[in-house]
Write a protein that binds this ligand. Structure first.
Ligand SMILES: C[S@@+](CC[C@H](N)C(=O)[O-])C[C@H]1O[C@@H](n2cnc3c(N)ncnc32)[C@H](O)[C@@H]1O
Length: 245
């Protein structure tokens, strides 16, 4: 298997990423499976919905960052009905699909925000739960990662919680190679080697994931406490933390 290498300047721009997702709404509209190109997607979604609910039981508002077609908010609403929701995404077609699906199951308000999380103003202390599934890996530089985590933590009300499910890298190249190989085997078993190469190519072109340890460190530096890893398998991890009361 050979995956083309992309330098930082060749990576997809936010506009290219938006266009790809604009055309891919259907694939992100399956609550039963979540995204099949990610490992343990449904398990991670369940773990996050339940952990967010039990650790933030009085929540009234959820912010779903990179909401796609709304799977994570839909799953959370099964545990905590009628939350008010703010849905953020680069892609307007994704937001429209998310609103359609979520409005069918909640009497809470639904606020759509189309834009790049790096540029969006999110009001301070405006939400109890933040979900960020398969979106942060589109950030590039350390400055972007740190300022987005800061913005998210500042948007939490005291006692609120932030949950991430994402593609992650590993600190040691040998460990990264083992986990990538396992992920490649997963994709081959799901479809075939051509599909594996296709997924690996768009990851190389579009994504710049960071390690779980890096992200936990930034979350802690931004003031989150009681960090927990809910699940980690191959190149995917589900984790979160709480803003002190
Ligand atoms: C892989 S999908 C995941 C969707 C959903 N969270 C889920 O798990 O089903 C990533 C979503 O993030 C959005 N996205 C990517 N980069 C973004 C950015 N910088 N700001 C806001 N949304 C972004 C994409 O448009 C896409 O809908």
């Amino acid at each position: 298997m050979s995956v083309k290498r992309y330098g930082p300047a060749d990576k997809s721009s936010p506009d290219e990423i938006r266009r790809r997702f604009d055309a891919d709404v259907e694939r992100f509209s399956n609550l039963e499976t979540g995204q099949t190109s990610t490992v343990d997607a449904r398990l991670a979604m369940d773990q996050i919905a339940i952990a967010a609910t039990r650790s933030t039981p009085a929540a009234k508002h959820v912010l779903d960052l990179g909401c796609g077609a709304g799977n994570y908010t839909l799953r959370l609403l099964q545990e905590l009905p009628n939350l008010n929701a703010t849905l953020v995404d680069l892609s307007q077609p994704m937001l429209e699909r998310a609103r359609e699906r979520i409005s069918a199951v909640t009497s809470g308000t639904i606020d759509l925000r189309q834009g790049d999380v790096r540029e969006l103003d999110i009001p301070l202390e405006s939400t109890d739960i933040i979900l960020a599934a398969a979106v942060l890996h589109h950030l590039r530089t350390d400055e972007e990662w740190e300022s987005v985590f800061q913005k998210l933590v500042a948007a939490l009300r005291p006692g609120g919680s932030l949950w991430v499910f994402d593609l992650v890298e590993h600190e040691h190249p040998a460990v990264e190679a083992i986990q990538r190989e396992g992920y490649g085997n997963y994709l081959t078993a799901l479809k075939d080697e051509a599909y594996r190469d296709h997924v690996f190519d768009y990851i190389a072109r579009e994504d710049s994931p960071r390690s779980l340890t890096y992200q936990l460190g930034v979350m802690q530096a931004c003031g989150l406490e009681r960090l927990d890893v809910l699940h980690k398998h191959l190149c995917f991890a589900a984790f979160g933390g709480h803003r002190p009361r």
